[in-house]
Design a protein around this ligand. Structure first.
Ligand code: SF4
Ligand code: SF4
Length: 371
């Protein structure tokens, strides 16, 4: 099957809804007391946000906000960075966060580009927490030093995700274990926030064994670990090779078991088969670009393309009910996880088709007219 649209950028694939599930809760490792108590609080906050999301469909669960499109790297598969743009001014970012809080958003994940290049990142994180939302960050890991990690602790960061593509840097990606290992050791020593390391299989990644090496190192350093299955580099959905499937199963076993349970869709993608689900992008999941526009997601930028400040519950409701043409082949883990909350309710309609209510009304009208 051919995928219309782009290959997802590897560092944007996942968001760990159940932080550290297997790593911490199975008591495999020693975890410092302060981190343990923060971790328990975070789990409780997650539980309360999930209950709220199950009880009501009327608010966003997760928003990705881009305050910085510029990146220090240039990964060969990525369509989400430049090398020239300026950071979005702090006041503008704060206004966007206020709007997300007013919409009732539970979790805000700061993404990019490389958000660690934003000069006011600490204030941005602080503002997310100040407005009662969970604060997450997705980074390529290059800028972590002990001092910088301590500042993020202080700002109130709760989640960090780093995606590592290979063991040795190559022409496609320098998000490599050998380059980042020192940064991971700093995080292991100083971070008070939850750290998830995502590895990747498929999509033309040269050596699938690299994903296993990345996952093993993550577990060794007491981080949680997830794995993303992605499309081939030309956007084609095709089954993983038997070697890739074998590595995929091994990495899944090392990772957060709750996370693996939330990612059933990956088994279909690994087999090269489409997956049937309801994507709630534009409603329960929002992607806010550097210009402040709401998009379905990083891979479907342009629609609905409405300014966040003008986004209303009418927009939210329309997108909640809209069936996304790209859903069967979608590999964006975080949006799948948000979708699970509502998969059992509220069927969707393809854009342009009448809603079930209006078609029922039309039918009744036609019957009455005929009578
Ligand atoms: S590190 Fe930069 S270039 Fe690489 S995938 Fe992330 S945003 Fe794109
Ligand atoms: S299914 Fe949803 S998350 Fe996936 S690409 Fe389409 S709009 Fe984006």
């Amino acid at each position: 099957m051919r995928v219309r649209g782009c290959v997802p950028r590897l560092c944007r694939l996942s968001f760990d809804f159940n932080p550290g599930g297997s790593v911490y809760s199975q008591g495999k490792f020693h975890v410092p007391e302060m981190r343990k108590s923060k971790f328990v609080k975070l789990k409780l906050r997650h539980a309360s946000f999930i209950s709220r999301a199950l009880l009501s469909t009327g608010h966003p669960v997760l928003a990705h906000l881009i305050p910085m499109r510029r990146c220090n790297l240039a990964c060969g598969y990525c369509n989400e960075y430049d090398h020239t743009s300026s950071p979005v001014p702090l006041d503008t970012v704060k206004r966007r966060l206020d709007k997300l809080a007013d919409l009732g958003t539970s979790i805000v994940t700061i993404s990019g580009g490389e958000p660690m290049m934003h000069p006011d990142l600490d204030e941005i994180i602080h503002h997310i927490r100040h407005r009662g939302m969970i604060a997450g960050l997705i980074s390529n890991g290059y800028y972590f030093t002990p001092e910088r990690i301590k500042r993020l602790n202080k700002a109130g960061l709760e989640h960090l995700q780093i995606s590592i593509d290979n063991v040795e840097p190559d022409a496609v990606s320098r998000k490599s274990l050998r380059v980042l290992d020192k940064k991971l050791r700093y995080l292991s020593e100083y971070a008070d926030f939850h750290v998830n390391i995502n590895s990747v299989i498929g999509g033309g990644i040269k050596d699938p064994e690299d994903a296993l090496a990345v996952a093993r190192r993550a577990v060794e350093l007491k981080f949680s670990t997830t794995v993303g299955v992605i499309h081939d580099s030309d956007g084609t959905l095709k089954p993983l090779s038997s070697k890739e499937k074998d590595v995929f199963q091994q990495v899944k076993k090392l990772g957060n078991k709750d996370h693996a349970r939330l990612n059933w869709f990956q088994d279909s993608i690994a087999e090269g088969k489409p997956y049937n689900w309801r994507c709630r992008a534009g409603a329960r999941y929002l992607y806010i670009c550097e210009d402040g526009l709401v998009h379905w997601c990083s891979q479907q930028r342009g629609y609905p393309g409405i300014r966040l400040e003008d986004y209303t519950m009418a927009d939210f409701d329309r997108e909640y009910k809209t069936e996304k043409w790209c859903a069967p082949t979608c590999t964006l883990q975080c949006v799948h996880q948000v979708g699970i909350l509502d998969n059992w309710r509220d069927p969707q309609q393809a854009p342009g088709l009448p809603t079930p209510e209006s078609s029922l009304k039309d039918t009744i009208h036609k019957v009455l007219s005929a009578e």
